[in-house]
Design a binder for this molecule. Structure first.
Ligand SMILES: *Cc1c(COP(=O)(O)O)cnc(C)c1O
Length: 400
């Protein structure tokens, strides 16, 4: 039967029935090692008992009230996020795109209320991905995402990745700040250097501009730091998060300093569902685990081990892989073969990975992945290399 879904995705022809930790199971019980984690969403793996309990408990009590009333879970989430970050104020959303939208509006409003409504533009970097709304595709600046959707939303200009001089040269009287992912996810696990981030922060300060970070993918423990910008020892003025904070439940947030966020007064923004009791119960449960003192150091340790093993895999399969990229458990393998072929081969070897720009496959395991599972991943990846080499990977079924 023809599908009645929008044909927007090249879906792989697999369906999963249940998940457990780092594993997904098809209806016939075939296990797949999940190094995609719903694109860095299932941060604590599948069916995590603490998250399941939090969701079920809340489901028995109250799902939704709207933001017309106080929502204790939302207040607690904001208290905790501000306690452990640069931020003082939080707006809770349902997705990464909405968190970005709130970030854009906050940056613009901040200058508007401070007598500079003309300063509404953000300078972004090539390879960026910030979501699929009209503003977000304009911020991302990719022609294939923009094509056919009318004029670009004004207020975004792009400079080459990591080019500080170009970033400085792009500043004009209308500039509000810079927008970037400290590690570009969709762009191909491209890591902005620590020195670049520090210089960009300095540049922004010198010009009275804001730094807006998109940590939707690289945040919430992925790098082994709670947020990726901590690796550079800088702080942003505004930051969007989502994906990992919900562990699979749709929730995101825009965080801001008090100075910047205070402009978003009554009536300036809103969301029907944003931060409802169900979503914030789960997000708080994710934080319970991620903020355990041993959790982040374990990610750093596992990340180093995985990276070393991937480096060896690259050496042993230098006809297939060019290099390893990334930090912690947000890693990429740049391929010499076609990414759809490699993804199909990985599925055949029963490991799930995610494609990305620059001919990279992303490895985004649950942050709870075990060392034994890391070893199994390596075996499966090397099997996938053999499948690609023999040319019998099921390319026809390849998704993105
Ligand atoms: C996924 C992603 C988004 C968009 O998030 P949605 O929840 O899909 O709206 C924005 N920025 C980055 C860096 C992302 O990875």
């Amino acid at each position: 039967m023809d599908s009645h879904l929008y044909p927007t995705y090249a879906r792989a022809d697999i369906e999963f029935e249940r998940g457990d930790g780092s594993w997904l199971y098809t209806g016939d019980g075939t296990p797949y090692l999940d190094f995609a984690a719903g694109i860095a969403v299932c941060s604590l793996g599948h069916n995590h008992p603490h998250l399941v309990e939090a969701l079920k408990d809340q489901a028995d009590k109250l799902w939704h009230t709207s933001n017309m009333f106080r929502i204790p879970g939302q207040e607690r989430l904001a208290d905790r996020l501000t306690e452990v970050t640069f931020a003082d104020l939080v707006f809770v959303t349902n997705s990464g795109t909405e968190a970005m939208e709130c970030a854009f509006k906050t940056a613009r409003k901040y200058f508007a209320v401070n007598g500079h409504p003309e300063k509404f533009k953000l300078i972004t970097f090539e390879g960026a991905f910030h979501g699929r709304s009209l503003a977000a595709i304009s911020a991302g600046g990719r022609d294939n995402y923009l094509d056919g959707f009318g004029e670009r939303t004004p207020g975004f200009s792009q400079v080459p990745f990591g080019d500080l001089e170009a970033a400085e040269a792009a500043i004009d009287d209308e500039t509000a700040g810079f927008l970037l992912e400290p590690i570009q996810g969709e762009g191909g696990i491209r890591v902005f250097e620590v020195s670049f981030l520090r210089k960009l922060r300095k540049l922004a300060d010198e010009h009275g501009l804001l730094i807006v970070l998109d940590e939707v993918q690289c945040g919430v423990g992925r790098t082994g730091q709670l947020f990726a910008h901590e690796l550079a020892g800088i702080t942003p003025d505004i930051m969007a998060i989502a994906k990992g904070i919900g562990g699979g439940f749709p929730v995101g947030a825009c965080l801001a300093t008090k100075e910047v966020g205070a402009c978003m007064v009554k009536g300036t923004h809103g969301s029907t569902y944003g931060g409802n009791p169900l979503a914030t119960a789960v997000a708080n449960a994710v934080l319970d685990v991620v903020l355990e003192p041993d959790f982040l150091p374990a990610i750093r340790e596992k990340g180093i081990k995985l990276r070393q093993k991937l480096a060896r895999l690259c050496d042993e399969n230098s006809d297939i892989f060019e290099e390893v990229r990334g930090e912690g458990l947000i890693l990429g393998l740049k391929c010499r073969c076609e990414v759809p072929d490699m993804m199909a081969a990985c599925r055949e070897a029963k490991i799930l990975v995610v494609g990305a720009g620059e001919n990279v496959i992303r490895l985004l395991p649950p942050l709870t992945v075990s060392e034994d599972e890391i070893d199994q991943a390596l075996e499966r990846l090397s099997e996938a290399c053999a499948i690609v080499r023999s040319g019998h990977g099921d390319v026809a079924k390849s998704g993105t």
